[in-house]
Design a protein around this ligand. Structure first.
Ligand SMILES: [Fe+2]
Ligand SMILES: [Fe+2]
Length: 146
């Protein structure tokens, strides 16, 4: 399996989680919002870690630490920063705003990966390299590949 297809599949599930959080957040308390933020942070961090360790680092070996890769790593950090502010929020309205901010930033970030970064990976790395990274993704995620 090609690593970019695996990461696209993760985006699809995360989009569903974003929609669910937006639908259910208007009535949540401060502690519930912080709890949702913690859950969202855990899955986003896991996704970003695999992207960076598998795909970004391999691409950087070929094209260097350039524009789109730099931007994607910076955006991972910005999303982390908003999640940290949400964890420390002491006001319900602020916590809800921060949860929406994280979701907004993550959607924009995913869209850039889908339109720019994953196509760049497909054009830069060989099919063998992409599938080798896909096998490492599967091992990391405990997914059985046929
Ligand atoms: Fe990412
Ligand atoms: Fe991603």
């Amino acid at each position: 399996m090609n690593i970019t297809e695996a990461l696209l599949g993760e985006h699809a599930v995360l989009y569903d989680l974003f929609n669910h959080l937006e639908r259910t957040s208007p009535t949540l308390s401060l502690s519930e919002l912080i709890g949702r933020g913690s859950l969202l942070g855990a899955v986003l961090a896991s996704h970003a870690k695999l992207e960076e360790e598998l795909l970004f680092s391999r691409l950087e070996e070929v094209v260097g630490y350039t524009g789109p890769l730099k931007a994607m790593r910076r955006e991972h950090g910005q999303i982390d920063g908003a999640l940290e502010r949400l964890a420390a929020a002491d006001d319900t309205k602020k916590a809800r705003q921060l949860l929406y901010e994280v979701i907004h930033e993550a959607r924009n970030h995913f869209a850039k990966e889908e339109r720019l970064l994953f196509p760049m990976a497909a054009n830069t790395l060989s099919k063998d390299a992409l599938c080798g990274l896909g096998a490492r993704w599967a091992a990391n995620r405990s997914v059985a590949l046929a």
